[in-house]
Design a protein around this ligand. Structure first.
Ligand code: C2E
Ligand code: CA
Ligand code: CA
Length: 758
């Protein structure tokens, strides 16, 4: 996984969450706001309709009272009726039937008769003696109008009343006036009706001066006789209300009383200068809606808080998980160092900054496998952790490192001088050796390193790592402890050659580019040719010669050696057959065989097949094996040797004395010939090589006792030959006699002679 990708996804999730939270919040506000608007609109409509309803009710009541009086006047048309007792009774009766509490009739002279609901009758009342409000409506009735008075307090009736008056006519002549008083309670009855208004709501009838004529008995309006006396609402609103009342205009005003919001609906009643005012509260009117609205708001807020909590929690979890993932993805679980993935990413960053004045160093512990097996994996792990900690302390700012696998570490160093890098690696090796390996505190830990400079690789980062690994591999092959190899032009050539070799080997085999070269083996007793060693040369189609040292180790690694070795056996047999057919006396040819081949199941059969194919005696072929082959499984190897020998093949042990030679192995293997490594001779020939010479003599003597021939390789001088002769060696091989030459040349030089000699 890629760190940048992870960070981006965290970023995306964060943005998503923030936007979501914001949207929820915005939605909550908008919803709440529009709900409030809708709510307010609803309330204002409700108040309006209430005002209308009250207006209708009041109008109907007043008009019906006036209507009643109008109908009653027909009883008063005849004077006769008025002056009799019947009149009194009639008046009384009508009074009882209507809602009037008192009725009166005034004749054309202004003299009146009044009757109350309790039956009291007053006669000969003078108009001047009655209440002025009543007098006013009666005067209007004398003028032919149906009249309604303001609300006024009547002291004789001891209550507030409304007076009505209608003219009594005889034809067109006004004979008198019929008047009646009605308790103002008929208005308050309408207004006290609970059904319309909420508990908080009030309603009142006022005149144009703002005087309250009647009203519902509610706390809000207690002791208020005039709108002017209202103290709980702002002057501005009060003025607005008064103006509307004075101008007899309908209006809808929102007001605030004691921090609660109310609506005041005003509407002229169309009776005198009266207006009706309804005041009700939002909550009062729409308690349940209001409650719902609050519930909605609270729910929104709670869900928002919950959502934010969830988001924060989820975000934290995701971050934690991502961190864990990052840990898994970018850290080595054993040491806690970065892993290769992370190293590559950091390297990419540096790469893009184009800072090429730096190098990548790969370090490897020599024989780490051995440390693992002998000291145990715990100890080996400790060693790795120790190295990690040392690296932590020994890298500079802007430098980094990782553990790729097992004991392979890569370090990015900000250095461009090889000497500085060597010093730093050596100091590190010194510190690494400070670790005490239990049981073996003095065991020296050897490190080999490969280095490549960024400046050397203009191409991809992968190439840099490949080159570091190439240098590391070279350091490993070198075998010296604490070897450091730098990737340079020389190594670059080697690498290119290796690439060439690996990509061309198969085709080269098909195209017969691998050539048989032969180097003679000379019988030291008489100087005669005894045999030859087959040595491969790769001659490319553009005539370049590649030597076995350059490709054999690679072929050993990639397994191609098995094919090549059998091919060489085939070539050797073919050559022998060619000579035999020409009548030359054949010689023994030694072929080098990789150890991989020796483990192949049908190896012996394969060899037999080749010799048979060319009709060659297997005794003409010597199989050269390396001592290391028999290190672990002497019995297996002896089995194979026995089978080969049964067919007649000769067996030779090559390079004895170069590696971990042991006389023990030598004693256990049933071989025909011992080839002493050329290094042995080289050291023995040196002026201080006296001891080596003694050892060599003893080995030759020992071999002889075990019925083995001895061959010494690398005979380069007459002195060399002299020395090995003295030591009792049988055969010599080396440049002194001949370099390896191609088979044709060999035939010309050595074989022709053998025919002639015969
Ligand atoms: P080797 O088997 O030890 O072969 C002897 C090497 O010593 C040859 O190197 C030879 O040219 C070289 N030599 C001979 N006389 C002298 C001398 O007087 N002085 C010095 N300094 N060197 C001398 P060459 O041909 O380069 O082969 C190198 C190695 O490659 C061989 O070492 C052998 O291990 C391997 N090799 C060669 N051909 C084959 C092959 O066909 N199959 C396999 N598996 N390995 C081969
Ligand atoms: Ca050899
Ligand atoms: Ca050899």
């Amino acid at each position: 996984m890629n760190e940048v990708k992870l960070k981006n996804s965290i970023k995306r999730i964060t943005i998503f969450f923030v936007i979501t939270s914001f949207l929820i919040f915005a939605f909550g506000i908008v919803a709440s706001h529009s709900l409030t608007l809708v709510f307010k609109d609803t309330v204002s409509r409700q108040v309006k309709s209430q005002v209308q309803e009250y207006k209708t009710d009041i109008n109907r009541k007043i008009q019906s009272s006036l209507q009643t009086l109008y109908i009653l006047r027909s009883f008063f048309v005849s004077d006769e009726y008025i002056n009799t007792e019947t009149f009194q009774a009639g008046l009384y009766e009508s009074n009882n039937q209507s809602n009037f509490i008192r009725m009166a009739y005034f004749d054309s002279e202004g003299l009146g008769i009044r009757v109350k609901t309790n039956g009291d009758i007053e006669k000969n009342i003078n108009l001047d003696d009655i209440n002025e409000n009543a007098r006013e409506v009666i005067a209007q009735a004398y003028n032919g109008e149906n009249a309604i008075s303001d609300v006024y307090y009547d002291s004789s009736l001891q209550q507030s009343v409304i007076a009505y008056a209608v003219p009594v006519k005889n034809g067109n002549e006004i004979k008198g006036v019929l008047a009646a008083s009605q308790s103002v309670k008929i208005l308050s009855c309408i207004m006290d009706r609970q059904s319309i208004l909420s508990d908080e709501g009030i309603v009142m009838v006022v005149n144009s001066k703002g005087e309250v004529l009647s009203g519902s008995t509610k706390p809000l309006m207690e002791n208020i006789n005039n709108i002017n006396d209202l103290t709980d609402i702002s002057d501005e609103k009060k003025q607005e209300m008064l103006l509307s009342i004075a101008d007899l205009k309908a209006s809808n005003i929102s007001i605030t009383v004691n921090d609660s919001s109310y609506y005041a609906g005003i509407e002229p009643v169309n009776i005198r200068d009266w207006s009706i005012i309804v005041v009700d509260s939002d909550i009062g009117l729409n308690g349940s809606i209001y409650q719902n609205m609050n519930i909605t708001r609270v729910t929104t807020i709670i869900s928002l808080i919950l959502a934010i909590i969830c988001i924060l929690y989820g975000y934290k979890q995701i971050k934690k998980n991502n961190n864990q993932l990052l840990k898994l993805a970018y850290y080595d679980s054993l040491t806690g160092a970065y892993n290769m993935e992370k190293f590559n990413m950091l390297l990419d960053d540096v790469w893009h900054k184009d800072d090429k004045k730096s190098a990548v160093v790969a370090i490897n512990i020599r024989q780490f496998k051995f440390i693992n097996e002998i000291f145990g994996s715990d100890m080996a792990n400790k060693l790795l952790c120790h190295i990690k900690n040392l690296l932590d302390d020994n890298i500079n700012e802007n430098e980094f490192f990782c553990r790729e696998n097992a004991d392979l570490f890569f370090i990015f160093m900000h250095e461009d001088e090889p000497q500085k890098i060597i010093e730093r690696i050596n100091s590190l090796i010194h510190k690494i050796n400070g670790i005490i390996l239990e049981k073996h505190p003095k065991y020296p830990i050897s490190i080999y390193s490969g280095v490549a400079f960024l400046s050397y690789c203009n191409d991809e980062r992968e190439q840099l790592i490949t080159r570091v690994m190439f240098a590391l591999n070279r350091a490993k092959l070198n075998g010296k402890s604490n070897k450091i190899v730098f990737y340079d032009s020389e190594l670059h050539k080697t690498e290119q050659l290796q690439n060439y070799i690996e990509s061309h080997m198969n085709q080269a085999l098909v195209d017969k580019e691998f050539k048989l070269f032969l180097q003679p083996k000379i019988n030291l007793k008489n100087g005669d040719l005894y045999g030859a060693e087959a040595l491969v040369r790769w001659i490319t189609n553009d005539n370049k010669m590649i030597f076995p040292d350059q490709f054999i180790p690679l072929f050993e690694e990639n397994g191609f050696c098995t094919k090549l070795d059998l091919y060489m056996v085939d070539e050797a047999c073919k050559q022998l057959r060619n000579w035999i057919d020409k009548g030359y006396k054949p010689i023994n040819i030694a072929v080098n065989q990789s150890k991989l081949l020796f483990y192949e199941e049908k190896y012996v059969e394969h060899l037999c097949y080749i010799t048979q194919k060319h009709n060659i005696e297997p005794s003409l072929i010597t199989i050269e094996i390396l001592e290391g082959l028999a290190l672990n499984n002497v019995n297996d190897i002896n089995d194979k040797i026995a089978r080969l020998k049964k067919y007649g093949f000769k067996i030779s042990m090559d390079d004895f004395g170069s590696g971990y030679s042991s006389l023990n192995t030598l004693g256990n293997l049933d071989i025909d010939e011992l080839k002493i490594d050329k290094n042995f001779l080289m050291i023995a020939s040196e002026t201080n090589g006296h001891r080596q010479k003694i050892i060599m003599g003893q080995i030759i003597a020992l071999a002889k006792k075990m019925n083995m021939y001895t061959v010494v390789e690398g005979v380069e001088t007459k002195e060399n030959e002299q020395m090995i002769k003295e030591l009792g060696c049988d055969f010599g091989q080396g440049y002194y006699y001949s370099r390896p030459i191609n088979a044709k040349e060999f035939g010309e030089k050595y074989m022709k002679e053998r025919k002639q000699n015969e």
